[in-house]
Design a protein around this ligand. Sequence first.
Ligand code: NAD
Ligand code: ZN
Length: 362
Amino acid sequence: MRAAVVNGFGAGFDVEEIDIEEPRGREVLVDIKASGLCHSDLHFAETNFGMEPPMVLGHEIAGVVAGIGPEVTEFSVGDHVVGSLVQFCGACVACLSGDTVRCAHPEATLRAPDEPPRLSRRGEPVLAAMGTAGFAEQALLHENQLVGIDPAVPFAEASVLGCGTITGAGAAINSAGVRPGQTVAVIGLGGVGLNVISGARLAGAARIIGIDLNDEKLELARAFGATDVVNGRDGDVVAAVQQLTDGGVDHAFEVIGRKDTALQAIAMLAVGGTASLIGIHGAGSTIELDPNDFLRWQKKVQGVYMGHANIKRDIPFYASLFLQGRLNLTDLISVEIGIDDLNEAYDQLRTGRTARSVITRF
Ligand code: NAD
Ligand code: ZN
């Protein structure tokens, strides 16, 4: 099958022929119909976050079940599915409590080291990164990493549910617990940040301030429910937010992965506010904080991993909201591309102009 392989950090994506195994045990073979370009895959392609080339990245996938292993109980051939990088065993205390993002044994979803690798090239192993390896014609995933989806949801929109939506909307709803009437600021309005706006709107936020450097993104943010927008190029972002909210916001979300914007998120909080850090920072990055600022103003800061999602609960929930016209997924899709356009599409993402590019031709 055709797949975009990362052969070295910073070397981009090479579309090549590679081999994929037949499903074993609880594995499901999926014909991928749409695969979204999250910014995280760009980080993982350029820097060592524990996944090493040769590897196939891609973790925002939607497709159709093409084959099932003998122990699969949840899916049948022909089902429409969404995949996610959240790996959970289903049996540890965290999983049994519904906290699947805190699973103690995520490796239970992968093949054992003595089994043949899921992906290979001329007999040599290729890493199926995150257990999804979505930049390819097909993927082989443990059934815990898949969720069945109503076929009425188009594949491109469905793919974004797998990361951008569960992370962004989940950050507002699950991680931060935004309540009706609260004020929210979102710094960085890409595929994830726009979904934070959606989550804040669903949670009933009174004021949602979108912040980016791109005027097109600010315009787009209004289509997701931003009530106010601030261009970071126009001066002091923190002062602008404080002015709009009479002193600061209850919740600020950093959705880029930069030190300066993470500090802005903390600085723009109202008394008792919470800053949620979503963007992935360069390895070894540090942020210096003034403890007295936290103490006096009772601020909180938290890291957000995958919007504290339980994918089996949250993905069907967001899909139903989309079908009811209550969740905007369509405007997230900036462009549908072919797998051969992957490098160019990531160059576009770097400019900050696209929300989500989605591969729909393999
Ligand atoms: P993206 O590239 O689509 O969006 C980033 C946005 O930030 C762009 O709109 C860009 O214009 C804007 N931006 C850049 N610099 C800015 C600045 N100084 N001030 C204001 N805006 C600025 O990225 P994405 O796919 O939405 O992902 C966002 C981040 O979230 C990435 O770091 C990604 O790796 C991370 N992420 C984290 C998780 C998690 O579980 N924590 C999950 C998914 C993605
Ligand atoms: Zn992602």
